[in-house]
Design a protein around this ligand. Sequence first.
Ligand code: C5P
Length: 323
Amino acid sequence: MIVKSAAKLNLTLDILGLLPGGYHAIETIFQNVDLVDTLEFSFVKNKNDTELAVELILEDSTGNSQLDFPLQQDNLIAKAAKAFSKNTNLGKSLTVQVKVQKKIPIAAGLAGGSGNAAATLVALNQHFENPLSLSELSDIAATLGSDISFFIYGGTCAGTGRGEILEEVRHAMQLSFFIVKPKGISISTPWIYREYDAYTNQQPKQRATSNLVDCRSALQNGDLDLLVKSLNNCFEPVVFNAYPEVQLLRDGMLEAGCLSANISGSGPTLYGLTTSPAQSEQVQQRFLQWCAERKDLNQIKLDTWTANSLKFGTSIITHQLIQ
Ligand code: C5P
């Protein structure tokens, strides 16, 4: 079975305060884009039939080392497969082999690992002929990480709570983006939340408007001006302070013609909204030219992509029955 697992952007991201247990209450708009990993699942019978086993193989085109992408049982793919088996009592005599073709950079704010975990839950559910509903899969996803449930529904969703309470945002806008990831910088989620707390002294910021509300209504009404105004990420001051070069890259994206330039999730990946796929290509060329002319950016290696919005987070491409 081949499953596509898409990256996400956070069109908005605000922190409202702390939740019991130390998590942060957030408001965000998640948006899937067509930067995707491909997961190939094979199911083989194992000799010991007490516990589902997982074997991972990485085929990487991003330069991520296997150190960044754990191939052991702490990988979210393995955790997701085991959580599915535990919750359904299915698959105890199976070894699930997963070949992962990685395109989404790791620890980049694009939730590649979370998407892979959701794709695993969907693949196993499909393999066993859908014993669980989407909402049951989403509940399991939420036990594995705060932004994994989004990928069960996919497309565009408003996320609240830790990010696991989701409401679909139906809209007809086709969004085009230009995406930039500095290769040498990876940011962990716990680190960014800790730094944010230190930066704000844990004082919730008084907000004049809700970016989530503005962004949702902009999408629903096809209002590009309001959409551009609503795009934000409360981690930006923290990331720009720790990595000033990311702020420089943001400036370059605006100079190259992006309508906006923001960090996605915990960063450091930046995305810019454009008016069309063709404009994304133009912006990419102008941006790379701009970087080439800047001596202070000579040392910074970048990955860049053009991308478009998707209506799903996880999709099954081929499905073969149990061998
Ligand atoms: O849920 P997830 O595993 O993605 O979270 C990783 C870490 O990020 C948590 O342990 C917590 O420190 C932080 N986090 C948070 N508030 C959220 C989501 C994540 O503080 N809403």
